[in-house]
Design a protein around this ligand. Structure first.
Ligand code: GDD
Ligand code: MN
Length: 366
């Protein structure tokens, strides 16, 4: 074995998995006897000190390496960086929480080495191999996500959501520039990025129960998944961020119109006053939603940044708001009674301003 060439890298994305690091390396060591491998932890600066725990092992065992990413989060991007950080011709991605079965790794490696497949995919053959963690809500979501991804993939893959697979490293490097890197579906990303379909084989395994730490895949991550799918299907035509900003803008229009109707029709306030209040309400609503969703990756956090951001957003958008109110009022004057149409046109003009300026100045500064 000594002197043999490095053949396999195991990329392990981690966030708060301190308690699992040592066990995983021990399990890999057992499963991969006789193979030349290295393990690369890609840790997003976990507060629990996962990176330190991994480095402690790495000092004793030089097959173990650690990439500690600062100020960034994301399962997909972590996997990509890990996969691009090895000289091994084959690379596997495996969860750091021991839920994936590392004992199938040698079989995967052989499939790739013989050229039988370009990708070997760990397939959960018992969807509820671990039923404890998978409540009915999660099972339903997983089924929906699988159906959706099949439509994008246009191929018959049982477990396209799998986070456990092995692939030829040269393919990853070749596809890396066209990966969307959003969210957590790295396998799906790779499969859909490839111009010609990748030859894959599914290797069944049983999804284990998590004993240490907790799952990070929450509702926001589920939404990121939808964004990633959108990006694959329509991203070429309308960029994700602009689409989200616009969608939130439409919700903002709803808020705007509701407030306007309540004040103007309900209370009988002056039109211009009702317009101003409605614009402010929509502005605040849009700021927080865009901050939470559209600009999640550069989200403003804490009172200081939020107040700062809101003020800059308000200042920037005040130009748009003035145009909004001004145009709406002008049109309303011109065509007496067409209050709703006047307001909508005002909103539209304002929205274009808001997007162009805020993406640069409100969320482009930190
Ligand atoms: N670096 C990094 N950054 N690692 C992360 C992040 C992140 O933002 N979020 C999660 N991880 C790591 C976790 O520490 C764990 O090692 C692995 O990614 C999987 O995360 P879990 O939170 O345990 O995911 P899960 O068990 O709920 O989901 C599993 O099943 C899905 C199938 O529905 C994963 O295998 C998914 O990849 C898989 O798609
Ligand atoms: Mn897990």
């Amino acid at each position: 074995m000594t002197g043999a060439l490095l053949e396999l890298a195991i990329v392990i994305p981690t966030f708060n998995e301190k308690g699992n690091v040592a066990t995983l390396i021990a399990k890999l060591d057992q499963a991969l006897v006789g193979r030349r491998w290295e393990a690369i932890f890609v840790d997003d600066d976990s507060p629990d000190g996962t990176a330190d725990a991994a480095r402690a092992i790495a000092r004793l065992d030089t097959r173990v390496r650690v990439i500690q990413r600062i100020g960034r989060r994301g399962l997909s991007s972590a996997c990509i960086e890990g996969m691009c950080a090895t000289a091994a011709p084959f690379v596997a991605v495996i969860d750091g929480d021991l839920q994936h079965d590392e004992t199938v790794l040698p079989a995967m490696l052989d499939l790739l080495k013989t050229g039988e497949a370009e990708v070997a995919i760990g397939s959960r053959f018992v969807t509820g191999g671990c039923t404890g963690e998978w409540d009915s809500d999660r099972v339903a979501k997983s089924a929906l996500a699988t159906r959706l991804s099949r439509r994008v993939l246009k191929c018959d893959l049982n477990d396209p959501m799998s986070g456990f697979f092995m692939i030829r490293t040269d393919i990853v490097r070749q596809l890396a520039p066209s990966l969307s890197a959003i969210g957590f579906k790295i396998l799906l990303d790779l499969l859909t990025a490839s111009p010609q379909p990748l030859r894959f084989v599914e290797v069944p395994y049983t999804f284990r129960c998590r004993t240490e730490g907790e799952s990070k895949l929450d509702h926001v991550v589920a939404m990121e998944y939808l964004i990633a799918l959108y990006d694959r299907m329509f991203g070429r035509f309308v960029p994700v961020r602009f689409a989200m900003f616009s969608a939130i803008g439409v919700l903002g229009v709803g808020i705007h119109m509701a407030v306007l109707t309540a004040l103007f029709v309900g209370v009988g306030a002056k039109f211009v006053l009702a317009e101003i209040v409605a614009t402010l309400a929509a502005l605040t609503f849009n700021f927080f939603l865009n901050n939470a969703l559209t600009y999640r990756d550069r989200r403003l956090k804490g009172w200081r940044q939020l107040v700062d951001g809101w003020v800059s957003f308000a200042v920037i958008c005040s130009v748009g708001a003035v145009a909004n109110v001004g145009i709406a009022a002008f049109l309303y004057e011109m065509r007496d009674g067409a209050w709703a149409a006047s307001a909508l046109i005002g909103v539209l003009v304002g929205a274009v301003w808001n997007y162009a300026l805020s993406s640069k100045f409100t969320w482009g500064r930190y």
